[in-house]
Design a protein around this ligand. Sequence first.
Ligand code: ADP
Ligand code: MG
Length: 381
Amino acid sequence: MQETIRKKFNELFQSEGSVYASPGRINLIGEHTDYNGGFVFPGAIDKGMIAEIKLNGTDKVRAYSVDLEDYAEFGLNEEDAPEASWARYIFGVCREIIKRGGKTGGFDTVFAGDVPLGAGMSSSAALESTYAYALNDLFSLGIDKFELAKIGQSTEHNYCEVKCGIMDQFASVFGKAGSLMRLDCRSLEYEYYPFKPVGYKLVLLDSVVKHELASSAYNKRRESCENAAAAIRKNHPEVEFLRDATMEMLNEVKDDISEEDYMRAEYVIEEIQRVLDVCDALQKGDYETVGQKMYETHHGMSKLYEVSCEELDFLNDIAKKCGVTGSRVMGGGFGGCTINLVKEDKYDAFVAEAFSAYKEKFGREPKLYEVVISDGARKLC
Ligand code: ADP
Ligand code: MG
């Protein structure tokens, strides 16, 4: 990939620039916990974006996307926003840096990536953090890493119409090979935990479906969580989010809230605890417990939070049947991938069975992505 980028850069700009990279991410456990003030547990992966960049001394950016075979040229003022959506990510990063008082200028760039688009591994965060990290370095801006992540997040909010949380950009910037990161979504404190599953593979199976329900269902889930937290707060004023609640507290208000709100809150309270349990297990190198918690998450997402779907439940059942250590739907739900922790000796049989059974049932094959937990944003050369 780097070779292709270098060749194209030379062809377009007759020179050579510096090369930066930034990864996509997975989330091992902790789903729908972010807006409840809880924990998420992401890690950067060995798939990401690579960009060659050279300052050009003008106030214009000239950018080429290898994967989309598209070229864009734009200035750095608010009214210069480019049309192409991929270019808006780069433009947005520049604008967010400028808004924070960073002195930037024009540059030439060529980039490419291998994070599958829209599969739940956050190719957009990989793109944003590549440029946030690179521009900070090239213009010697001295922006700290957390602010780089926020620059990516604000780019999505203000230039790409995606109201995302901070997890994706955080993981892409802070990632470390062989480590997952527990991020407290309320305080933004974080901690690294070892993730070196020797003898296991981490593999994503993409159901290749995306159901329409996703955004309205998401809003309804958030509402249920707020209802439950508000009911609990009457007895326990210290409960700001469900993160602060226990199952005992929830049971006190069981008759005051709907059955649906109760189920949603139960899932969230248990899921936040599962993240903590997985952290303990990882410190002991106990991957069997990690896997068991992943199955519990899937069950909760399917039966209590009701954000799974037939395809994802099917893939989860196959995993169980094939003796996969852990498996669950990853991301918000209603489509996308399952994430699977698989013993190496069970891997081939699992993949073969998943492909053939899924095809037989749904008429198409899932996609497979093996991932390794890797480093975050960095300069390559
Ligand atoms: P994801 O869940 O993968 O982040 P998004 O829809 O948030 O999916 O972001 C995908 C968008 O990011 C694409 O539409 C494109 O604009 C940009 N993008 C991602 N990867 C690439 C790439 N390799 N080349 C060009 N643009 C990309
Ligand atoms: Mg995205």
